[in-house]
Design a protein around this ligand. Structure first.
Ligand code: GAR
Length: 206
């Protein structure tokens, strides 16, 4: 049985999609051991409590990053977390945090990285006038929205789209992508070659 730790700061729809995939067995032999937020008012925390999943809140306001990160890491370790999933966790992790879970922290971002990292990626993409948008699940490194890419989902931007409809259709893809990526990582069916993540059965022969 694998243990997931989810970190979130807001609404928590990606967390909820993961919880649904775990409950239905789409992500099998796995449980969400802990949901952690830096904000008590995060909708995702309320939802996790409703679902009977253990939650912890460590307010980050006014605290040094290292101090806050050490509280979060200690909680993840106490809950024997195998994989950390950032699901709308709006904080950059310290290099020390990243080292505690090598290749075991995932993030989801609502753009086709490396385009539009940072805040409000969907709005950035819409304003730029791209014709293809989407989302990315990647391994977390020390830089923002940056580590090796596990998978991406692309959608066309329609002439009829506005910022909101585009964000909604990207979010639908996020909910599909995150569970797929978690399965891939938990099953260890890939190798990391520099920035490239390659399915084990497709590795070049030596
Ligand atoms: C999602 O769109 C996620 O991709 C984004 O925050 C939103 C959280 O929504 N994350 C980032 O922008 C990370 N840089 P949710 O709380 O409903 O899952």
């Amino acid at each position: 049985m694998k243990h997931l730790g989810i970190l979130l700061s807001g609404r928590g729809s990606n967390f909820e999609a993961i919880a649904t995939a775990v409950a239905s067995g789409k992500i099998s032999d796995t449980r969400i051991a802990i949901v952690i937020s830096n904000r008590e008012d995060a909708g995702g925390i309320t939802r996790a409590r409703e679902l009977g999943i253990e939650t912890l809140v460590f307010p980050s306001k006014g605290k040094a990053r290292e101090e806050h990160d050490s509280e979060v890491v200690a909680a993840l370790q106490q809950h024997k977390v195998d994989l950390v999933c950032l699901a709308g966790y709006m904080r950059l992790l310290s290099p020390w945090f990243v080292k505690q879970f090598p290749h075991r922290i995932l993030n989801i971002h609502p753009s086709l990285l490396p385009a539009f990292p940072g805040l409000e990626a969907q709005e950035q993409a819409f304003a730029y006038g791209v014709k293809i948008a989407g989302c990315t699940v990647h391994l977390v490194d020390e830089e923002l929205d940056h580590g090796p890419i596990i998978l991406q989902k692309a959608i066309p931007v329609l002439d009829t789209d506005d910022e909101q409809s585009l964000a909604e259709r990207i979010l639908e893809q996020e909910h599909i992508a995150y569970s797929e990526a978690i399965n891939l990582v938990l099953n260890g069916e890939f190798k990391i070659l520099g920035r490239k993540i390659i399915a084990s059965d497709r590795l070049p022969e030596r």
